[in-house]
Ligand binder design. Structure first.
Ligand SMILES: *Cc1c(COP(=O)(O)O)cnc(C)c1O
Length: 437
């Protein structure tokens, strides 16, 4: 399978190139040249299959031409050592719980898959070590770090802003050791991101070491997220509840919902999608006006969705551009909602007291959008619960006036000893550090 750039100014490239580069030479995002569909028979067979089997069927449609079956099966199996259950909340609303992986957020799926795919390419070609640089404001760093932990041939450097990630998030990437190095930068998240970008442009550094990036623009990070849309369908089909599915996705960079849209294009029976936003609502503006106006992000209690210029918007436009009437086609399939911090908190309180279901601030946006969209009697709404509430324990405890339990997995991280290297936000210091490696 070849991959093209959304900017159409770069040559077609192989899967390996797309994964090891991340971004195309013309700064566009890579897209698979074709989207292989499921047959109606394959769709009908899903409800009798396991998560591994379903994920492999989906992975095979994307990567089957490039990776032999047994290897791909193993990559899928190693990625998914956890389940993504669909849990009934109330009426016809269900929660797709994506937080049962090692770092308790949905990014585990893409992070682990990408790590294994990259490791496969390195091993196959006997290439030298690859160094992955990741700037994080919290969740991405931990998922990527845990995904790549112990993978031979890969070193990971997580850059994070000193004092600006929650203590629980911080321990998830500072206590791991092995091939993980946490760099505590005296600056903001934007400073961390700027350091990473400068590193990719620095010739001396690139001569010294192989550098790559593991953020959500990478095809190996976002495509595997379509696995759990198919699995959610299968779980609900078993109960006869999948005839008119509405998927509602709490969105920031729009990688997660884009994976769902790929599923739809592959023939997954979905009636419509909802993108739920916090106050960072450029996508909702686009749905209302047809004009896309990126802006600076504002801070909210659903901080993983604090994105003012979602990178995967380019992929959504590209997916719908074949029809010639991009905006109308997008509006037909996707609606949007936005919520303030106060509204998010109200939803969390209401759902906890009425249905004893604990929402995290991101999932709360998804749940509320399914309430506000007024599902018909025949529709089934599924919101993606993107992180475990305990990852945001301070916020959640305050809102609910509770002392919520921290899952064992998180407690284990918190026992470890924090190891990090302090660096200033000056590029010269960062460069010198890497050159000494
Ligand atoms: C990353 C993240 C999101 C947003 O996902 P996108 O793919 O960037 O739209 C939502 N919730 C949580 C908890 C996240 O970590």
């Amino acid at each position: 399978m070849k991959y093209y750039s959304t900017n159409k100014q770069a040559p077609l490239t192989s899967l390996k190139e797309a994964v090891t580069k991340g971004l195309a030479g013309d700064k566009g995002l890579f897209m698979p040249e074709k989207i292989n569909s499921f047959t109606p028979e394959e769709i009908a067979s899903l409800k009798d299959k396991s998560f591994h089997e379903i994920a492999f069927m989906v992975a095979d449609k994307f990567f089957g031409e490039d990776i032999e079956s047994e290897t791909l099966k193993k990559i899928v199996k190693d990625t998914l050592s956890f389940d993504t259950p669909v849990v009934h909340v109330n009426d016809n609303i269900y929660s797709l719980e994506l937080f049962h992986g090692p770092t308790l957020a949905f990014k585990d799926v893409g992070g682990r898959f990408m790590a294994r795919l990259l490791a496969y390419f390195i091993e196959k070609e006997g290439k030298e070590e690859v160094n992955v640089l990741v700037a994080t404001s919290g969740d991405t760093g931990s998922a990527v770090a845990n995904g790549f932990l112990g993978v031979p041939g890969i070193n990971v450097y997580v850059l994070y802003p000193k004092g600006k990630v929650s203590p629980i998030q911080e321990c998830q990437f500072t206590t791991l050791g092995q091939n993980m190095t946490a760099l505590e930068i005296d600056g903001t998240f934007d400073d961390c991101q700027a350091l990473v970008k400068s590193a990719f442009m620095d010739q001396a550094l690139n001569n010294h070491m192989n550098l790559t990036s593991a953020n959500s623009i990478n095809v190996a990070r976002f495509l595997p997220q379509s696995f759990y849309y198919f699995y959610a369908y299968a779980q609900l089909a078993k109960e006869g509840k999948a005839d008119e599915l509405v998927f509602c996705v709490p969105s920031g960079n729009f990688g997660n919902i884009t994976a769902g849209l790929f599923g739809y294009r592959m023939g997954l029976p979905v009636k419509r999608f909802i993108a739920a936003n916090n106050r960072n609502d450029v996508f909702l503006d686009y749905l209302n006006t047809g004009i896309y106006t990126p802006r600076s992000s504002v801070s909210t209690i659903a901080n993983a969705m604090d994105v003012g210029d979602p990178s995967n918007f380019a992929r959504i436009l590209d997916l719908f551009s074949q029809t010639g009437n991009t905006y109308e086609e997008i509006k037909k399939l996707i609606t949007g909602y936005r919520y303030t911090d106060e509204e998010i908190a109200d939803t969390m309180r209401k759902v906890y007291s009425s249905y004893h279901y604990l929402l995290d601030p991101h999932g709360a946006c998804g749940y509320q959008a399914l309430v506000d969209t007024k599902l018909t009697a025949t529709e089934t709404g599924v919101f993606l619960e993107t992180a475990h509430p305990a990852k945001f324990k301070g916020t959640v405890d305050n809102i609910l006036n509770q002392d919520i339990d921290i899952p064992k997995k998180l407690q284990e991280f918190m026992k470890g000893e924090k190891q990090s290297i302090n660096l200033s936000k000056k590029f010269d210091d960062f460069k010198k550090y890497l050159l000494d490696r």
